[in-house]
Design a protein around this ligand. Structure first.
Ligand code: FE2
Ligand code: FE2
Length: 360
Protein backbone atom coordinates (compact mmCIF):
# COMPACT_ATOMS: atom_id res chain seq x y z
CA UNK A 1 0.00 0.00 0.00
CA UNK A 2 1.25 3.46 -0.84
CA UNK A 3 0.81 6.33 1.62
CA UNK A 4 -1.29 9.08 0.10
CA UNK A 5 -0.30 12.01 2.28
CA UNK A 6 2.13 13.24 -0.38
CA UNK A 7 -0.52 12.91 -3.05
CA UNK A 8 -3.03 15.01 -1.11
CA UNK A 9 -0.55 17.86 -0.87
CA UNK A 10 0.17 17.88 -4.59
CA UNK A 11 -1.40 20.40 -6.99
CA UNK A 12 -4.74 19.51 -8.59
CA UNK A 13 -3.43 18.05 -11.85
CA UNK A 14 -0.84 15.81 -10.28
CA UNK A 15 -3.43 14.92 -7.62
CA UNK A 16 -5.68 13.49 -10.31
CA UNK A 17 -2.76 11.63 -11.85
CA UNK A 18 -1.76 10.27 -8.43
CA UNK A 19 -5.32 9.19 -7.83
CA UNK A 20 -5.33 7.24 -11.07
CA UNK A 21 -2.03 5.56 -10.24
CA UNK A 22 -3.18 4.75 -6.73
CA UNK A 23 -6.43 3.35 -8.01
CA UNK A 24 -4.62 1.05 -10.40
CA UNK A 25 -2.08 0.01 -7.78
CA UNK A 26 -4.70 -0.63 -5.15
CA UNK A 27 -6.66 -2.74 -7.57
CA UNK A 28 -3.53 -4.79 -8.13
CA UNK A 29 -2.25 -4.92 -4.57
CA UNK A 30 -5.55 -5.40 -2.77
CA UNK A 31 -7.35 -8.15 -4.56
CA UNK A 32 -8.89 -9.23 -1.27
CA UNK A 33 -10.81 -6.01 -0.69
CA UNK A 34 -14.49 -6.63 -0.89
CA UNK A 35 -14.18 -10.39 -0.80
CA UNK A 36 -16.96 -10.45 1.74
CA UNK A 37 -19.22 -7.67 0.49
CA UNK A 38 -22.18 -8.97 2.41
CA UNK A 39 -20.27 -8.42 5.67
CA UNK A 40 -18.13 -5.35 5.50
CA UNK A 41 -15.70 -3.30 3.46
CA UNK A 42 -12.88 -1.57 5.21
CA UNK A 43 -11.34 1.69 4.25
CA UNK A 44 -7.70 1.28 3.34
CA UNK A 45 -6.48 4.80 3.91
CA UNK A 46 -7.72 8.05 5.33
CA UNK A 47 -5.97 10.49 3.04
CA UNK A 48 -7.86 13.67 3.89
CA UNK A 49 -7.56 15.24 7.35
CA UNK A 50 -11.31 15.86 7.74
CA UNK A 51 -12.25 12.35 6.79
CA UNK A 52 -13.79 13.32 3.45
CA UNK A 53 -11.91 11.87 0.58
CA UNK A 54 -11.15 14.21 -2.27
CA UNK A 55 -10.55 11.13 -4.36
CA UNK A 56 -10.96 7.47 -3.83
CA UNK A 57 -7.95 5.26 -3.21
CA UNK A 58 -10.11 2.20 -3.64
CA UNK A 59 -11.46 0.76 -6.85
CA UNK A 60 -14.78 2.48 -7.62
CA UNK A 61 -16.90 -0.51 -6.75
CA UNK A 62 -15.33 -0.76 -3.28
CA UNK A 63 -15.45 2.94 -2.41
CA UNK A 64 -16.61 3.42 1.17
CA UNK A 65 -20.03 4.93 1.50
CA UNK A 66 -20.17 7.90 3.86
CA UNK A 67 -22.87 6.88 6.32
CA UNK A 68 -23.19 10.16 8.12
CA UNK A 69 -21.53 13.01 6.26
CA UNK A 70 -21.39 16.24 8.22
CA UNK A 71 -24.42 18.35 7.39
CA UNK A 72 -23.70 21.91 6.40
CA UNK A 73 -26.13 24.44 7.85
CA UNK A 74 -26.38 28.17 7.62
CA UNK A 75 -25.47 29.03 11.20
CA UNK A 76 -23.83 26.06 12.91
CA UNK A 77 -20.12 25.48 12.46
CA UNK A 78 -19.63 22.47 14.71
CA UNK A 79 -21.53 20.36 17.22
CA UNK A 80 -19.49 19.33 20.24
CA UNK A 81 -19.87 15.90 21.89
CA UNK A 82 -22.46 15.98 24.68
CA UNK A 83 -20.02 14.25 27.03
CA UNK A 84 -16.45 15.47 26.47
CA UNK A 85 -14.04 12.58 26.72
CA UNK A 86 -11.66 12.62 29.72
CA UNK A 87 -7.99 12.97 28.76
CA UNK A 88 -5.76 9.86 28.83
CA UNK A 89 -1.98 9.92 28.77
CA UNK A 90 0.01 7.41 26.72
CA UNK A 91 1.53 5.95 29.88
CA UNK A 92 -1.94 5.35 31.27
CA UNK A 93 -3.18 3.73 28.05
CA UNK A 94 -0.11 1.52 27.76
CA UNK A 95 -0.62 0.38 31.34
CA UNK A 96 -4.04 -1.13 30.52
CA UNK A 97 -3.87 -4.89 30.89
CA UNK A 98 -6.07 -7.90 30.39
CA UNK A 99 -7.67 -8.82 33.74
CA UNK A 100 -10.30 -11.11 35.16
CA UNK A 101 -12.45 -10.77 38.24
CA UNK A 102 -12.98 -14.11 39.85
CA UNK A 103 -16.63 -15.19 39.95
CA UNK A 104 -17.43 -15.40 43.66
CA UNK A 105 -21.19 -15.60 43.99
CA UNK A 106 -23.83 -17.61 42.13
CA UNK A 107 -24.90 -14.44 40.36
CA UNK A 108 -21.26 -13.81 39.29
CA UNK A 109 -21.00 -17.36 37.97
CA UNK A 110 -24.23 -16.99 36.04
CA UNK A 111 -23.01 -13.70 34.51
CA UNK A 112 -19.66 -15.23 33.54
CA UNK A 113 -21.31 -18.26 31.96
CA UNK A 114 -23.64 -16.00 29.94
CA UNK A 115 -20.64 -14.04 28.62
CA UNK A 116 -18.83 -17.26 27.65
CA UNK A 117 -21.88 -18.42 25.67
CA UNK A 118 -22.14 -15.06 23.90
CA UNK A 119 -18.43 -15.04 23.20
CA UNK A 120 -18.67 -18.51 21.65
CA UNK A 121 -21.51 -17.34 19.37
CA UNK A 122 -19.66 -14.21 18.31
CA UNK A 123 -16.44 -16.15 17.64
CA UNK A 124 -18.41 -18.52 15.45
CA UNK A 125 -20.12 -15.71 13.54
CA UNK A 126 -16.95 -13.69 12.98
CA UNK A 127 -14.50 -16.53 12.34
CA UNK A 128 -12.44 -15.72 15.43
CA UNK A 129 -10.64 -18.85 16.59
CA UNK A 130 -7.82 -17.62 18.77
CA UNK A 131 -7.52 -20.71 21.00
CA UNK A 132 -7.40 -23.11 18.05
CA UNK A 133 -4.94 -20.86 16.27
CA UNK A 134 -2.67 -20.70 19.32
CA UNK A 135 -2.79 -24.49 19.76
CA UNK A 136 -1.93 -25.15 16.10
CA UNK A 137 0.73 -22.45 16.17
CA UNK A 138 2.75 -24.50 18.67
CA UNK A 139 3.20 -27.35 16.14
CA UNK A 140 2.85 -25.63 12.78
CA UNK A 141 3.00 -21.80 12.72
CA UNK A 142 2.62 -21.58 8.93
CA UNK A 143 -0.54 -23.69 8.89
CA UNK A 144 -1.95 -21.76 11.85
CA UNK A 145 -1.38 -18.49 10.07
CA UNK A 146 -2.94 -19.73 6.84
CA UNK A 147 -5.96 -21.26 8.51
CA UNK A 148 -6.81 -18.90 11.36
CA UNK A 149 -5.02 -15.58 10.88
CA UNK A 150 -7.26 -12.65 11.71
CA UNK A 151 -7.29 -10.09 8.93
CA UNK A 152 -8.20 -6.42 9.08
CA UNK A 153 -11.59 -7.28 7.56
CA UNK A 154 -12.33 -10.00 10.12
CA UNK A 155 -11.36 -7.74 13.02
CA UNK A 156 -13.47 -4.92 11.62
CA UNK A 157 -16.53 -7.17 11.35
CA UNK A 158 -16.02 -8.16 14.96
CA UNK A 159 -15.48 -4.58 16.13
CA UNK A 160 -18.54 -3.22 14.36
CA UNK A 161 -20.78 -5.98 15.69
CA UNK A 162 -19.34 -5.74 19.20
CA UNK A 163 -19.70 -1.98 19.39
CA UNK A 164 -23.21 -2.03 17.98
CA UNK A 165 -24.35 -4.19 20.89
CA UNK A 166 -22.02 -2.64 23.49
CA UNK A 167 -23.93 0.63 23.52
CA UNK A 168 -27.16 -1.00 24.69
CA UNK A 169 -26.61 -2.04 28.38
CA UNK A 170 -25.70 1.45 29.63
CA UNK A 171 -28.72 2.94 27.90
CA UNK A 172 -31.09 0.27 29.29
CA UNK A 173 -29.68 0.61 32.82
CA UNK A 174 -29.70 4.42 32.69
CA UNK A 175 -33.24 4.48 31.31
CA UNK A 176 -34.55 2.06 33.94
CA UNK A 177 -32.90 3.94 36.79
CA UNK A 178 -34.29 7.20 35.40
CA UNK A 179 -37.81 5.76 35.28
CA UNK A 180 -37.37 4.18 38.72
CA UNK A 181 -36.28 7.50 40.21
CA UNK A 182 -39.37 9.27 38.84
CA UNK A 183 -41.77 6.42 39.61
CA UNK A 184 -40.58 6.07 43.22
CA UNK A 185 -39.89 9.81 43.61
CA UNK A 186 -36.42 9.05 44.93
CA UNK A 187 -32.93 10.26 44.10
CA UNK A 188 -30.83 8.12 41.82
CA UNK A 189 -27.51 9.13 43.47
CA UNK A 190 -25.72 9.93 40.24
CA UNK A 191 -25.66 6.55 38.45
CA UNK A 192 -27.73 7.55 35.41
CA UNK A 193 -25.21 9.96 33.91
CA UNK A 194 -22.32 7.47 34.08
CA UNK A 195 -24.46 4.74 32.49
CA UNK A 196 -25.66 6.97 29.67
CA UNK A 197 -22.15 8.29 29.15
CA UNK A 198 -20.92 4.72 28.79
CA UNK A 199 -23.44 3.99 26.05
CA UNK A 200 -22.55 7.30 24.38
CA UNK A 201 -18.89 6.33 24.47
CA UNK A 202 -19.67 2.91 22.93
CA UNK A 203 -21.64 4.60 20.18
CA UNK A 204 -18.63 6.83 19.47
CA UNK A 205 -16.57 3.63 19.06
CA UNK A 206 -19.12 2.39 16.53
CA UNK A 207 -19.32 5.71 14.66
CA UNK A 208 -15.52 5.78 14.46
CA UNK A 209 -15.44 2.30 12.90
CA UNK A 210 -18.27 3.37 10.58
CA UNK A 211 -15.97 6.04 9.16
CA UNK A 212 -13.50 3.30 8.27
CA UNK A 213 -15.80 0.60 6.99
CA UNK A 214 -19.03 -0.09 5.25
CA UNK A 215 -21.16 -2.94 6.59
CA UNK A 216 -23.07 -4.93 4.02
CA UNK A 217 -26.74 -5.85 4.13
CA UNK A 218 -26.09 -9.10 6.00
CA UNK A 219 -24.16 -7.33 8.73
CA UNK A 220 -26.80 -4.62 9.07
CA UNK A 221 -29.52 -7.25 9.37
CA UNK A 222 -27.52 -9.07 12.05
CA UNK A 223 -27.11 -5.83 14.01
CA UNK A 224 -30.82 -5.04 13.68
CA UNK A 225 -31.87 -8.49 14.88
CA UNK A 226 -29.30 -8.56 17.64
CA UNK A 227 -30.38 -5.16 18.93
CA UNK A 228 -34.02 -6.22 19.10
CA UNK A 229 -33.25 -9.34 21.10
CA UNK A 230 -30.44 -7.78 23.13
CA UNK A 231 -32.34 -4.69 24.27
CA UNK A 232 -35.34 -6.70 25.45
CA UNK A 233 -33.22 -9.35 27.17
CA UNK A 234 -31.28 -6.68 29.05
CA UNK A 235 -34.42 -4.75 29.90
CA UNK A 236 -35.97 -7.72 31.71
CA UNK A 237 -32.68 -8.89 33.17
CA UNK A 238 -32.03 -5.44 34.68
CA UNK A 239 -35.50 -5.36 36.21
CA UNK A 240 -34.86 -8.76 37.82
CA UNK A 241 -31.22 -8.33 38.94
CA UNK A 242 -29.32 -5.13 38.12
CA UNK A 243 -26.30 -6.37 40.07
CA UNK A 244 -26.00 -9.46 37.83
CA UNK A 245 -26.29 -7.30 34.71
CA UNK A 246 -23.47 -5.01 35.88
CA UNK A 247 -21.30 -8.05 36.61
CA UNK A 248 -22.21 -9.47 33.19
CA UNK A 249 -21.21 -6.20 31.48
CA UNK A 250 -17.99 -6.20 33.53
CA UNK A 251 -17.14 -9.66 32.13
CA UNK A 252 -18.15 -8.56 28.63
CA UNK A 253 -15.76 -5.63 28.90
CA UNK A 254 -12.99 -7.98 30.03
CA UNK A 255 -13.47 -9.68 26.65
CA UNK A 256 -13.42 -6.33 24.83
CA UNK A 257 -10.06 -5.49 26.44
CA UNK A 258 -8.74 -8.90 25.31
CA UNK A 259 -9.96 -8.35 21.74
CA UNK A 260 -8.42 -4.88 21.39
CA UNK A 261 -5.18 -6.00 23.06
CA UNK A 262 -4.86 -8.74 20.43
CA UNK A 263 -5.44 -6.24 17.63
CA UNK A 264 -2.71 -3.95 18.98
CA UNK A 265 -0.34 -6.92 19.31
CA UNK A 266 -1.15 -8.06 15.77
CA UNK A 267 -0.36 -4.59 14.41
CA UNK A 268 2.95 -4.59 16.31
CA UNK A 269 3.78 -8.04 14.94
CA UNK A 270 3.16 -6.82 11.37
CA UNK A 271 0.15 -9.09 10.89
CA UNK A 272 -2.21 -6.24 9.95
CA UNK A 273 -0.28 -4.29 7.30
CA UNK A 274 -3.32 -2.35 6.06
CA UNK A 275 -3.88 -0.94 9.54
CA UNK A 276 -0.26 0.15 9.85
CA UNK A 277 -1.01 2.76 7.20
CA UNK A 278 -4.49 3.65 8.39
CA UNK A 279 -5.10 6.96 10.14
CA UNK A 280 -7.83 7.68 12.67
CA UNK A 281 -10.85 9.49 11.20
CA UNK A 282 -11.53 13.11 12.16
CA UNK A 283 -14.48 12.15 14.38
CA UNK A 284 -12.06 10.15 16.55
CA UNK A 285 -9.38 12.85 16.55
CA UNK A 286 -11.97 15.36 17.80
CA UNK A 287 -13.59 13.09 20.38
CA UNK A 288 -10.44 11.72 22.02
CA UNK A 289 -8.46 14.91 21.27
CA UNK A 290 -5.77 12.74 19.73
CA UNK A 291 -2.48 14.67 19.63
CA UNK A 292 -0.82 15.38 16.30
CA UNK A 293 1.62 12.65 15.34
CA UNK A 294 -0.35 10.10 17.36
CA UNK A 295 -3.38 9.57 15.16
CA UNK A 296 -2.79 6.14 13.72
CA UNK A 297 -5.11 3.13 13.89
CA UNK A 298 -2.88 1.75 16.65
CA UNK A 299 -3.30 4.95 18.67
CA UNK A 300 -7.03 4.77 18.13
CA UNK A 301 -7.13 1.19 19.41
CA UNK A 302 -5.20 2.28 22.50
CA UNK A 303 -7.89 4.86 23.29
CA UNK A 304 -10.73 2.42 22.64
CA UNK A 305 -9.10 -0.30 24.75
CA UNK A 306 -8.62 2.20 27.59
CA UNK A 307 -12.34 3.07 27.37
CA UNK A 308 -13.23 -0.61 27.55
CA UNK A 309 -11.02 -1.03 30.61
CA UNK A 310 -12.93 1.82 32.25
CA UNK A 311 -16.28 0.18 31.42
CA UNK A 312 -14.89 -3.06 32.90
CA UNK A 313 -13.98 -1.27 36.11
CA UNK A 314 -17.19 0.79 36.38
CA UNK A 315 -19.48 -2.20 35.86
CA UNK A 316 -17.58 -4.48 38.22
CA UNK A 317 -17.68 -1.67 40.81
CA UNK A 318 -21.42 -1.12 40.29
CA UNK A 319 -21.88 -4.88 40.68
CA UNK A 320 -20.27 -4.59 44.15
CA UNK A 321 -22.59 -1.83 45.40
CA UNK A 322 -26.00 -1.58 46.97
CA UNK A 323 -28.06 -0.84 43.86
CA UNK A 324 -30.71 1.15 45.72
CA UNK A 325 -28.84 3.20 48.30
CA UNK A 326 -25.21 3.71 47.29
CA UNK A 327 -24.06 6.88 45.52
CA UNK A 328 -22.13 6.59 42.26
CA UNK A 329 -18.46 6.58 43.29
CA UNK A 330 -17.47 7.89 39.82
CA UNK A 331 -19.53 11.04 40.32
CA UNK A 332 -18.62 11.83 43.91
CA UNK A 333 -16.46 14.17 45.92
CA UNK A 334 -14.40 12.37 48.54
CA UNK A 335 -13.80 13.41 52.13
CA UNK A 336 -10.16 12.39 51.71
CA UNK A 337 -9.30 13.24 48.09
CA UNK A 338 -5.71 12.01 48.55
CA UNK A 339 -6.84 8.43 49.09
CA UNK A 340 -7.11 6.57 45.72
CA UNK A 341 -10.72 6.48 44.62
CA UNK A 342 -12.74 5.84 41.43
CA UNK A 343 -12.34 8.49 38.73
CA UNK A 344 -13.77 9.07 35.26
CA UNK A 345 -10.29 9.14 33.74
CA UNK A 346 -7.40 6.74 34.32
CA UNK A 347 -5.85 8.53 37.32
CA UNK A 348 -6.76 5.66 39.64
CA UNK A 349 -7.67 2.33 38.13
CA UNK A 350 -8.87 -0.97 39.52
CA UNK A 351 -9.25 -3.66 36.85
CA UNK A 352 -11.55 -5.90 38.87
CA UNK A 353 -13.71 -3.11 40.30
CA UNK A 354 -13.56 -1.28 43.63
CA UNK A 355 -14.93 -3.06 46.66
CA UNK A 356 -17.80 -1.33 48.42
CA UNK A 357 -15.93 -0.97 51.71
CA UNK A 358 -13.12 0.95 49.98
CA UNK A 359 -15.27 3.58 48.29
CA UNK A 360 -18.60 4.13 50.03
FE1 FE2 B 1 -16.53 -0.18 22.80
FE1 FE2 C 1 -17.14 -1.17 26.44
Amino acid sequence: MIPTSAATRAPAASKRASAQILKSLNALTNPSIGLRPSFILIQQLQPHPVGRRTFSTSPTKTAIKEFFPQKETESIRKTEPAWPHPAYTYDQMNAVTVAHREARTTSDKFALRAVKVLRWGLDLATGYKHEKATALNVHDPAAANKKYAMTEEKYMIRNVFLESVAGVPGMVAGMLRHLHSMRRMKRDNGWIETLLEESYNERMHLLTFMKMSEPGLFMRTMVLGAQGVWFNALFFAYLISPRTVHRFVGYLEEEAVITYTRQIKDIDAGRLPKWEELEAPQIAIDYWKMPEGNRSMRDLLLYIRADESKHREVNHTFGNLDQKEDPNPYNSEYKDPKKPHPTKDLTHTNEIGWDRKDVI
